[in-house]
Ligand binder design. Structure first.
Ligand SMILES: [Zn+2]
Length: 395
């Protein structure tokens, strides 16, 4: 494997699959395949020198979708669908350096000062209530993290369970699972279509509520789980249940790079990264810094960004004409359009913003199954009433 990437043997004409080597490369440097480590606030394997986002070649729609979601989490996450070796995983992991800052609880249970402001002292744990009374901070600003769900994760890894270390000291305590670690963070699930139903259900419940409760014997704890969901999948390896498909705001079909020059450029950058990741990262440090500041600014201005009625009517018209049932279509379409406008430095959404994000928000929303289902039911209804008619006429 190493030989095929080493100098001298590389022939771009005979080796036309640089994204595949890139993926393998990133997989290796990010330690994929190592056992999942879910300890002390760090469940992610993705923070080991990721490939710089700004050095990714092409894939404009993918970059736009990922950045819109960082600007406005209400977009509802991104699902990347495509064959192996098209850079889906690389792109998601590369976002680490662009992630904005969020206020983060200093407490095991995720208590926040706004809980007290909204619902009083009973809304936080006793420790935090005391800290608040003493005027101590319950949260601090911290970079959003990328938490990756390993495919071999168990339900206990995901939601949490008995803290074995505490048991050794004769104490019973629950420890947080991946979902709690994902609070105010990005949760990334590679090969999301291969995830067990039990895990998918737990993720969907937590995502819908923003909190979840774990019970183990006498112990129970409720954790926050407000996260941005990124998923990727290869459709050759199995379909995704409609419930989880519906949960992703933006949907992307990721193809390999089509232009040979782009492919060669991607290949060269992957080689440069492999030789010296720090050097490549430093070459893109300035662009990365600018992009991170732009995302943070856009986030700060998002609350002031509005959609005029004539633009929202366009969107509603589009959704109706396409025959889409799920209300998540409106949410993703309009929230993505707001992010697009504010990223462009405007506080009002125009028709072009909507147009740019519409394919992302609306594709894969129509269900062939539901259409067939409704058609079949109608046939059955007719058959039943005809039979009733016939039987009763005979009588
Ligand atoms: Zn607390």
């Amino acid at each position: 494997m190493d030989e095929e990437l080493s100098e001298g043997l590389v022939n771009p004409v005979q080796e036309p699959a640089p994204p595949r080597s890139l993926k393998e490369l990133i997989d290796r440097v990010t330690g994929r395949g190592l056992p999942a480590v879910i300890e002390a606030g760090d469940a992610g394997l993705a923070e080991v020198l990721p490939f710089p986002f700004m050095a990714l070649v092409g894939q404009l729609e993918m970059k736009v979708a990922l950045m819109l979601t960082l600007i406005n989490p209400a977009v509802g996450g991104v699902l990347l669908i495509g064959p192996r070796g098209t850079g889906k995983t690389t792109a998601v992991r590369s976002l680490v350096d662009l992630l904005p800052e969020v206020p983060r609880s200093l407490c095991h249970y995720g208590c926040m000062p706004e809980d007290i402001e909204l619902d009083g002292m009973d809304a936080v744990c006793p420790d935090c209530a005391q800290k608040y009374a003493r005027g101590e901070a319950l949260a601090r600003m911290d970079r959003t993290r990328m938490v990756e769900l390993p495919l071999n994760a168990t339900l206990t890894d995901l939601v949490g369970g008995i803290d074995e270390r505490a048991v050794l000291h004769d104490r019973m305590r629950l420890r947080r699972g991946i979902l709690a670690h994902a609070d105010q963070n990005v949760l990334y699930i590679d090969e999301v279509n291969l995830l067990g139903d039990e895990l998918v259900d737990a993720i969907l419940d937590a995502a819908a509520q923003g909190i979840y409760t774990v019970r183990r014997g006498m112990l129970a704890a409720t954790y926050r789980a407000r996260f941005v969901l990124f998923g990727s999948m290869n459709p050759e390896e199995g379909r995704l249940r409609p419930q989880i498909m519906d949960r992703f705001g933006l949907r992307l079909i990721v193809r390999g790079l089509q232009n040979p020059d782009d492919r060669y450029e991607a290949y060269q950058r992957s080689i440069a990264y492999r030789r010296n990741p720090r050097l490549l990262i430093s070459q893109y440090a300035r662009e990365t810094q600018i992009a991170r500041e732009d995302i943070q600014n856009a986030r700060d201005n998002l609350p002031f960004t509005t959609i005029p009625p004539q633009v929202s009517r366009l969107g509603l018209d589009l959704i109706q004409k396409l025959g889409i049932d799920s209300l998540r279509a409106e949410i993703s379409l309009f929230e993505a359009a707001r992010a697009y406008a504010v990223a462009d430095g405007r506080l009002e959404v125009n028709p072009n913003d909507l147009r740019q994000v519409a394919p992302l928000a609306l594709r894969l929303r129509r269900s062939q199954f539901m259409q067939d289902f409704f058609a079949e039911r109608q046939l059955e209804e007719e058959e039943i009433s005809n039979t009733i008619e016939a039987v009763y006429q005979r009588g």
